[in-house]
Write a new protein. Structure first.
Length: 161
C-alpha cells in the first residue's frame, strides 16, 4: 500500500494544485527554527543527523515535523525546505489512524474552495483533489487505508517520504 501511495503522490505532482500559502503558522521561506517558533510548540526541528535529504527533482530536506489536531482530525506533518535556495517549500499532511477522511477533505475545501480537479476511482477506493493558485499547489489523496495531502510552493515538488 505504501508503494501505491508513492505512485499516487508522484501522479499528484503532475496535477495542478492550490492551497493557502500561509497555512496556520507556516509561511513559504521560513527557516526550520522560525517555523518551530511560530507553531507554538506544535512543530519541532529535527537534528541534522535525523533530517531526510531529497535529491533531484525535489532538492529539499525534511527538517521539521509536527502534529495538527482539530477535533477528530489528527495529522502528522512534515516540512521540507529548499536545499538550494533555503526556506520552507512544502508541507506533507499525513492522516493518522482513525482520522476521518471527510474531516480532512472538509479542511482543504474550506481553505481552498471547490477543487479545480477531482477524480474518484471507486475501483481503487481512491479520490484525488487538487487546487492551484499563484502562491500554492495542493494535492489531496483520500483512501480508506491511508490519506495524505501536499501543499507546496509553486515550482517545487513534494518529497516522497
Amino acid at each position: 500500500m505504501r508503494r501505491a501511495a508513492i505512485v499516487i503522490l508522484a501522479m499528484g505532482i503532475a496535477l495542478p494544485g492550490l492551497a493557502w500559502s500561509d497555512w496556520r503558522y507556516a509561511h513559504w521561506g521560513q527557516s526550520p527554527d522560525e517555523l518551530a517558533a511560530a507553531s507554538g510548540g506544535a512543530v519541532k526541528t529535527l537534528p541534522p543527523a535525523a533530517r531526510k535529504k531529497h535529491s533531484a527533482p525535489w532538492n529539499s530536506e525534511t527538517a521539521a515535523t509536527g502534529t495538527y489536531v482539530e477535533g477528530a482530525l489528527r495529522l502528522r506533518l512534515s516540512f521540507s525546505f529548499d536545499s538550494k535556495n533555503g526556506g520552507l517549500s512544502c508541507i506533507v499532511f499525513d492522516a493518522q489512524d482513525g482520522s476521518p477522511n471527510e474531516l480532512l477533505k472538509k479542511m482543504f475545501v474550506t481553505e481552498n474552495g471547490p477543487p479545480q480537479t477531482a477524480t474518484n476511482d471507486k475501483s481503487l477506493g481512491m479520490e484525488t483533489l487538487s487546487w492551484s493558485k499563484p502562491k500554492d499547489q495542493v494535492g489531496l489523496t483520500l483512501m480508506a487505508e491511508h490519506s495524505f495531502a501536499t501543499q507546496c510552493k509553486p515550482g517545487t515538488n513534494p518529497p516522497v517520504e
